[in-house]
Design a protein around this ligand. Sequence first.
Ligand SMILES: Nc1ncnc2c1ncn2[C@@H]1O[C@H](COP(=O)(O)OP(=O)(O)OP(=O)(O)O)[C@@H](O)[C@H]1O
Ligand SMILES: [Mg+2]
Length: 391
Amino acid sequence: MSEEVRLLIVDEDEGHAQDMYGRVANTLPQYLHITPPEVRREIARLEPDIVLLQEPSDESGLQLLHYISNELPDAVVIYLTNHRDPIKTRDLNRAGAFDILFVPEEITALGDVLNRAVKALKVQQKVKAEVSAGFTWGRGQVGTFYSGKGGCGCSLVSATLAQTLQLDSNSSVLLVDLNLQYGGVETYLDVNHERSIYDLTPVLKELNDNHIRNVTAIEKESHMEVLVSPRDAEIAEQITEEHVQRLLRTARLYYDYILVDLPTEMNPIVYAALEEADKMFYLMTPDAPSIRTFGQVMDLYSKINVDPTDRLELILNRISKETELREKDVKQHFDFPILAELREDAKRVQQAINQGKPLRTGYKGKSSVFLKDIKKLADSLLERHSNRSAS
Ligand SMILES: Nc1ncnc2c1ncn2[C@@H]1O[C@H](COP(=O)(O)OP(=O)(O)OP(=O)(O)O)[C@@H](O)[C@H]1O
Ligand SMILES: [Mg+2]
């Protein structure tokens, strides 16, 4: 794919263009260069997939971006500017910039941005192929991972399952961490990112897939997208139900699976996510306190009008030989389907956490039983998906 991607650099200075290309040459094997005045004459003929647009000195950058977006709506335009100006940034986002890089400070991020751009193109092409083949089934499933009791595995399971869904199928997966204060999924994935859901604020009313891709990190192992938590109490306070609602509704249009890791406490953010969910996965460890908490959560749901009917499925986690309560015991208490039983794998899970690596990364020894169970779960979800498409 990367070999077929046509990269165009628009820059007043050919030497500078070459320099920029030097940073991404290992992602894309070739490029073309034109100057800003040549854009109107050449852009339709060259038909690039990705454009690196270095802001011209005469302030015509925004106009050029509009022109390119109109001529080539499918092209991905990365805008490079020397000036940080929030109003201009908003206008550039509105004009369809895939990403905006402030140079020279952010030039080192160019490689990552380009990788994301290539991935976005792939997704775009896949959507087009599906639409022309007449099926857009199964896109946009939102699944939340919640438990009323902390430490039951919401972050570990959502992160590992998201990675597995992405690796084992050609679906596009978005993992959203709504543990806004403290984060969660980055403990289990090697992702670190400056941007978060909060950075969507200026474009919330007109949110599109490019805006979302602008703020997600790419997980290196699977190339899934992760919207990491801001991990900041002050920022967390400024995130509203509207952020969550608009994010998930827009993401539905562009991703196959959207997995949302939720914190334990019930708050308006969690409520908004549960309201949007097609599937509410409830994580439970097989012990009496967990079962009791689940009962309390069900009471709370009914008080605040969250309807779990046909949406809630249980995932039993940390099953071991010593486990006292099994599927049948849980079934006795509640009338919800049990989607999966995931085994305890203290050694491997702990090893991965200590090394700061995802469980799925290059482990050479005996495969983890937890990972095996996650793979089984991913297979059953993917199978459901394809059954739905067949019917
Ligand atoms: N199947 C498993 N095998 C081994 N250890 C596990 C398993 N599931 C969870 N753990 C352990 O439990 C810890 C807590 O898991 P996790 O962070 O996913 O829980 P959580 O529900 O997200 O908790 P929090 O309330 O802190 O957000 C993990 O760090 C890991 O050590
Ligand atoms: Mg967590």
